[in-house]
Ligand binder design. Structure first.
Ligand SMILES: [Zn+2]
Length: 368
């Protein structure tokens, strides 16, 4: 899962980590394969594949599950699969208004226990609430916690510092260090759009080169190129909500006019749909066209042809999606660029919780 490619330049311990991740990736979430098949598909030698499998069996990341029943084979190989029963990931989603969500997730990407803490107002979550929720989840998981993951609506560094989350009112908060100091457990703090993208990629229909757009109270985006998330120099890749798409559009709290967020965020579109119910088709078509225009540059620049959009079902439907798809393809058509497919992301409300768990697995399964 997202294993670094430059294995030949890595030191031996890195190579072991990469080999384990390559095999975990093939088995995730619920595939079964023999050691020989894993070796073939990863390109690892018999010895390397066998060593990686043994390591992960010893650590209860994998388990044996039946034998290879295909005909025409000599000695039947034991099949390996990911063990869902031992390790748990503590996943926290702070991206939703009025509720903090927490879960224990197993290594097959299933939620085995969940907690919700209603919040008084959209952004009143306190650090103490977060710590208490994590403590309760850790207690439930006994002593097999692989790691803790926290998803934040805002700009987060790869070292887990929250540079800015306007929604939560947090700025320059060393959240990862704080949580690791409290619990002594490996912790990852990620941007919520990035984790949602990981869920779509590894548990849904996403491709290794794709763009993910979320239409919620704001507009978020995440970019996956060659199965790697693009972070950008200031860790703010995907922050497209305040890109101007209509220079004479409505004023935005950021000081500009016509930002994407002032035109197609869920609250803005819901208000328009309530005020002008008979204009539903026109409102959603125009919103889709605006998004399609905004998507034309990144899809061409990176040659991406898979765009998944996550948002309320009454907005992200056929009218909106086809307007966005037609616009982006009209603006970018060339003999070199594969037509872009703009589709609805079918992951449910757990998308961020599950994607955050995937992010922790990526960091941890190779290193146990
Ligand atoms: Zn703005």
């Amino acid at each position: 899962m997202n294993a670094p490619r430059a294995a030949s330049k890595a030191d031996p311990s890195d190579i072991r980590v990469i080999n384990r991740l390559l095999m975990f990736d093939l088995l995730f979430p619920q595939n079964r394969m023999s050691r020989a098949e894993l070796g073939r598909q990863t390109g690892l030698s018999r010895v390397a594949a066998s060593e990686a499998a043994s390591d992960m069996l010893d650590k209860a990341i994998l388990r044996e599950s039946g034998t290879d029943e295909r005909e025409g084979r000599g000695k039947r190989g034991r099949l390996l699969t990911i063990d869902p029963d031992v390790w748990r990931i503590v996943s926290i989603d702070l991206s939703q208004p009025y509720v903090m969500r927490g879960a224990l997730v197993n290594l097959q990407g299933h939620i085995v226990h969940r907690m919700e803490l209603p919040l008084e107002a959209a952004n009143t979550v306190s650090l103490d609430d977060v710590i208490d929720t994590i403590r309760e989840l850790i207690d439930r998981a006994s002593d097999h916690v692989l790691g803790i993951g926290i998803s934040i609506p805002g700009v987060v560094t790869t070292e887990g510092r929250v540079m800015l989350s306007a929604n939560l009112g947090w700025k320059n908060l060393e959240l990862r260090d704080l949580i690791e100091g409290e619990f002594g457990v490996h912790t990852r703090v990620c941007n919520d759009a990035n984790t949602a993208l990981l869920a779509e990629r590894f548990l849904g229909d996403g491709s290794p080169d794709s763009l993910f757009i979320q239409i919620t109270s704001g507009i978020g985006a995440a970019v996956l190129v060659d199965d790697k998330i693009v972070y950008g120099i200031g860790h703010a890749a995907g922050e497209i909500g305040h890109v101007v798409v209509e220079p004479n559009g409505p004023e935005c709290p950021c000081g500009k006019r016509g930002c994407l967020e002032t035109l197609i965020s869920a609250p803005v579109l819901h208000a328009k749909l309530i005020n002008e119910p008979d204009q539903r088709q026109e409102i959603l078509t125009h919103a889709g066209e605006l998004l399609g225009t905004a998507l034309s540059m990144p899809t061409s620049l990176l040659d991406l042809s898979d765009v998944a959009i996550y948002g309320p079902a009454d907005i992200v439907g056929e009218t909106f999606l086809s307007a966005a798809e037609q616009t982006v393809n009209r603006l970018t058509s060339s003999q070199f660029h594969t037509p872009t497919r703009v589709r609805r992301c079918e992951q449910g409300d757990d998308i961020v919780l599950l994607g955050q768990a995937v992010a922790v697995m990526q960091a941890r399964v190779g290193r146990l």
